[in-house]
Design a protein around this ligand. Sequence first.
Ligand code: AMP
Length: 694
Amino acid sequence: MSNMQLQAHQQSLDDPKGFWLKHALELVDWAAKPTAATDSPPENALHSAQWFPDGKLNACYNAVDRHIAERGDQIALIYDSPVSDTVRRFTYSELLREVKGVASMLRRHGVRRGDTVLLYMAMVPQTLFAMLACARIGAIHSVVFGGFAPAELAKRIRDCRPKVVLSNTCGLESKTKIVPYKPLLDKAFELADYRPSATIILQREQLRVRLDPANAEYYWDTELVEAASDADAIECEVVDSNHPLYMIYTSGTTGMPKGIVRPSGPHVVALLYAQRYMYGLQPGETMFTFSDFGWQLGHSYCAYGPLLNGSRTVLFEGKPIGTPDAGQLYRVFSEHDVRVFLCAPTVVVVLRRADPEGLFRAKYDLTHMRGLFLAGERLTPEIHRWWIATITGRAAPADEDTIACGEEVSCVVSDNWWQTESGSPMTGICIGHSTNGGHIARIKYGSAGLMMPGCDLRVVRVKDDLDEDQGVDGNPELADADEVGNIVAKLPLPPGFLTSLWNDDQRFFDAYFKRYPGYYDTGDTGMIDSEGYVHILSRTDDVIKVAAHRLSTSSIEEVIFNHQDIAECCVVSRPCEIKGRVPMVFAALHSGAQAARIKQIKLEIVQLARTRVGPIVSLYAENIVFVDRLPKTRSGKILRKMMRTMIDTVHEDVKQGRLSSVDNCPVGTPATIEDAAVKADIWKTIIDTIGKLK
Ligand code: AMP
């Protein structure tokens, strides 16, 4: 049967303007309909193309108000929190009331169109109300993941200078483990040397704190009551299509996070397109995206996507295991009639470890589920097969089999490739083109699926002389099918991608468009096979994915440099069975450092990283190695890529039961190396640390 995803993709490349204008008009309620799909930037500035330039809309109107007439009494949001023993449901009408309340509260504190509002909050319904409230009044929200330590939070505060900060008293790791937020916030303000005009804090019953009005600190509930009389009148502010809906910080190759600027109209179009065709979710049905609001997945498919579609979203405050058991996700699937589930592969890895036989799964009938999608890191064939078998109760089909065929689409499990920059999937297997499973493309294990419309992905050959120094490749050579190289997207980008970096247009250009003129550089390595399936292998730059969280190695290095005994250091990553990758530190000590304190220094470094970056850093003492010298180029740059390749080579040897040879390092010697002897030393150190010696 014809592959409708490939057809749609082809149409989107043959006639991008016609394709996207048609979907934009069909999927979105515009206050002023766009008359054109894009503006016409010059050939050499295609990266600045804007979608639907004369359209006007409001994202909150599309996510909430427009559903009231038809489904005001239907459930929009289900808050399921095993850590606070709560399940609460909100209809669309109730959601509208809550959103208007917060919008009125923000207005009273002077927030206007274009102002920034920073949210440092847990997975509670008020976080979602606040995001939508900002959208309603044209303010730009920036949600920061609650697991970030004050120093990281401070960087974001300093960059976006929020008019108002919204927070809550605590996050809940479990019923008994409470993480107080207020001290973290106070410390961040101090480090940033910045105070917003108001900090409004939600008291949670697990932790109440006293606020100081002299410091412009306000109690959320009191503010809501005071704002209530004006709330009803808070209408949606009509904004230009390219007005930023929000910005979200993500790690880049430097210690300074990138503030991804997301345009309103194009994002709404892209989310609705993926909602309908990739995820196949109908209005009134339930989607569960297991991701914190602080991440892109949480923005796109826990907050906005399902609501824009008139569907239900599940907000889960808990963990895959331990809150209290490995059965919670299956319970949520069953109790809330979840049709589509989206999470990172690390969630499945953790579940498999805790309950390999799927004993918790066996308690529920999950035949109603239609699609289970994984994003954020590579889905390995082993985990993919286990998840298929666990969810469907049948053995996973052999490679290359059609997973879904027949009249009904049920329990399709597939990989999605995303970036914060894209805001929605760039590849995957669409299950929504029809209700007939025969229209779904084959799933290949190890591949992230086929391209989404508008994503014109190519693979370019890696040229040795460009490897370590991020130069410009003015004449990119395209790789053959199945050949591994750097994955790029031909410009213009489809609707929904970032339109700039907050306050930094130059970095926007340098980070994504400079290296390969005419293309967007994804920073990922991989290949496209002869059938058009995209395979993502790893990052090409100094960004690592730890349990699907994106961290910059330089921000970890920055922290380690604060230790008084460290003269030099370099962070790369090593594979980890549970977390995908974890950081590994190679450091040189100051000459005065005492060898006897090595063990203690390692523990101090671990502690530094936890407190300055946050516990998500996952740095363990055994992954800290001291060396005399780090391998460098003649111009003084650390040869990180060479070290990464060495680590992966030794790891693969261990996996295959091979002994790595100290004398025969299979990793090439970069032409620019300053001293080849250092390469041999590092190779031996890596074998000593993670491999076996021959
Ligand atoms: P983030 O911006 O945090 O979503 O991180 C984006 C990066 O995560 C990508 O550039 C990839 O390196 C990685 N990534 C996301 N999804 C996948 C996937 N399905 N397969 C492999 N890598 C992925």
